[in-house]
Design a protein around this ligand. Structure first.
Ligand SMILES: C[S@@+](CC[C@H](N)C(=O)[O-])C[C@H]1O[C@@H](n2cnc3c(N)ncnc32)[C@H](O)[C@@H]1O
Length: 249
């Protein structure tokens, strides 16, 4: 069976892929923030901020039901929270790696978000209950992309919005420089700081394995989304996929 989802080295079934991803994030959680900011020269902060700005209208509605899924250590959640009015309904922040989530909860717990340990492919939420699902650098790690899109579609209200912030592969000259950094420098620095071989080899592999924007947009349309688009960030190193769940269920 061919997996359309994360493919940690040597694994070819969805259950084992999800387990390997969860264990990997639990193992790197203590160094995750440090490495993230170092390896992206803090550009990641700008990406979270831009993604949150894209949803400023729904975030400004105090009653809007908002989910940050694959929230990890909570930086996307924090960017979303900055645009919430005081007294707003808490944001739900879901992740299945306890060590990542507990670090996130320390950041956002007192600021208006609630941490829930759960699998993105089986959200513990009623159908048609959310106004916005945002996810940053997590979607690529799901064991089945189509299943993830379907599950998010189920949980969104008609007219609800989806935002998926993900890495991409820039083309041209920038692409060549970036590939060298991403395939050579980043795994070496990651290995040095986190003391493990696997996770920072997995990162470039997982980006290489992820659908290109045109293909991802096709997957989104096939899962029933409307107004699907992709906005590249920083020469296309990352980008934001956006879509809405159509008004008809
Ligand atoms: C690269 S981190 C991103 C964390 C955070 N959103 C950020 O922008 O820094 C990916 C996160 O996705 C989570 N994740 C991957 N697959 C998941 C799944 N099926 N269900 C819940 N969380 C998942 C991992 O545990 C990890 O914390």
């Amino acid at each position: 069976m061919t997996l359309r989802g994360a493919k940690p080295a040597g694994i070819d079934d969805e259950g084992r892929a999800a387990l390997a991803v969860r264990e990997m994030f639990d193992s790197i959680a203590p160094r995750y923030d440090l490495l993230n900011h170092l390896l992206s020269s803090n550009v990641d902060r700008l990406w979270w901020w831009r993604a949150a700005r894209r949803f400023k209208d729904v975030l400004a509605d105090p009653d809007a039901a908002i989910l940050d899924v694959c929230c990890g250590t909570g930086d996307m959640t924090m960017a979303l929270l900055r645009r919430r009015p005081s007294g707003a309904r808490p944001i739900l922040a879901i992740d299945f790696a306890r060590a990542m989530l507990s670090r996130g909860a320390r950041k956002f717990g007192a600021r208006g978000a609630v941490a829930v340990e759960a699998d993105a492919l089986h959200l513990p939420l009623p159908t048609a209950s959310l106004d916005l699902i945002a996810t940053a650098f997590g979607f690529r790690n799901l064991a089945n992309y189509e299943a993830g899109l379907r599950e998010f579609h189920r949980a969104l209200k008609p007219g609800g919005q989806l935002g998926i912030l993900e890495f991409s592969t820039p083309s041209g000259f920038i692409g060549k420089i970036y590939s060298f950094y991403f395939l050579r420098v980043l795994p070496a620095v990651g290995r040095m700081i986190c003391g493990k071989e696997g996770p920072y080899n997995y990162l470039p592999n997982s980006v290489g394995n992820f659908p290109r924007p045109a293909e991802m947009l096709e997957l989104m349309r096939a899962a029933g989304y409307e107004e699907c688009s992709w906005q590249p960030y920083t020469f296309g190193i990352a980008g934001l996929y956006t879509a809405t769940r159509g008004a008809v269920a």
